[in-house]
Design a protein around this ligand. Structure first.
Ligand code: ATP
Ligand code: MG
Length: 264
């Protein structure tokens, strides 16, 4: 059975793309994985492909959704990992949804629910994969609602800071909205504390606060701020001498997530 998981939070720079990329890498060792970049920044695209996101203009998740045709826009990373890439033109997604006009000037009117474009496009190909992972932008935009409505589970990314703390309730409301209005079960599988700076007392406080607020949702693993993880955006997954250090940061979380998903 195929399982779809979104990494999300509307606060920027909380480790969504990094975590999605590392999870895709780890899962693809044992499973067939599709990674979907739903952020016009194209960070997941660049991380997994090792190419610039502009290389995928005209061949991206945007066109896959507009033409309701995912297979034609898949980019192969390995035998077990496919990528649906993104680039800056994904910023025109909402304009297409509400006007039917693509950024290339074509008319492809869309009449369905604006939040179910991705879900409907994924349905014919879901069973080709064990896991589908979705990276989202730092906003509660149409891309995010589409990701949530297309997902069985959501990992809430929590960088241990005040502004991320205040983003959590609205994000959880959006997950609830997706469950209510979408056609999948969409539930939070856990809250992941990321980019934790162990030397900062405020980070420690926000670390503890979130655990008190959501004791059943919080993952035990805390991802600390470490240079090799930060440099993953530079070195990627091929010939990266620091990759073992990156994996060791994330492995316990990976196991925790897998365990939760498999025991639902
Ligand atoms: N554990 C970590 N230690 C050090 N640096 C990290 C860590 N995780 C992520 N980074 C770096 O922090 C920055 C933000 O991470 P990332 O891009 O994954 O966050 P994001 O939530 O996807 O951001 P956005 O909201 O802009 O999409 C990046 O430069 C990334 O390389
Ligand atoms: Mg990102």
């Amino acid at each position: 059975m195929s399982i779809t998981i979104t990494m999300g939070i509307q606060k920027g720079g909380c480790g969504k793309s990094t975590t999605t990329g590392i999870l895709a890498h780890l899962l693809s060792k044992d499973y067939k994985v599709l990674a979907i970049d739903l952020d016009s920044q194209g960070n997941l695209t660049e991380l997994l492909s090792g190419q610039v996101s502009n290389d995928f203009v005209g061949n991206s998740v945007l066109e896959a959704m507009e033409y309701h045709d995912i297979p034609s826009y898949l980019h192969t990373i390995s035998d077990t990992l496919d990528l649906l890439p993104a680039n800056n033109f994904l910023a025109t997604f909402a304009r297409w949804l509400y006007t039917g006009k693509t950024y290339q000037g074509e008319r492809i009117p869309y009449k369905g629910s604006p939040s179910l474009v991705l879900d409907k496009a994924l349905n014919p190909i879901r069973e080709n994969y064990d896991f589908i992972l979705i990276d989202t932008p730092p906003s509660l935009s149409e891309q995010t609602t589409n990701a949530l409505c297309a997902s069985d589970y959501v990992v809430v990314m929590y960088e241990c800071s005040n502004w991320c703390y205040s983003a959590i309730p609205n994000f959880l409301d959006s997950v609830g909205g997706a469950k209510e209005n979408g056609e999948r079960s969409t539930e939070v599988i856990g809250i992941l504390r990321t980019m934790n700076d162990v030397r900062r007392t405020d980070a420690k406080a926000f670390n503890e606060l979130i655990e008190e607020d959501y004791p059943d949702l919080i993952f035990k693993t805390i991802i600390t701020r470490k240079a090799p993880v930060g440099r993953l955006s530079l070195y990627g997954f091929q010939d990266n001498k620091e990759l073992n250090q990156v994996i060791s940061q994330y492995y316990a979380f990976y196991k925790e997530l897998l365990n939760r998903v498999q025991n639902r």
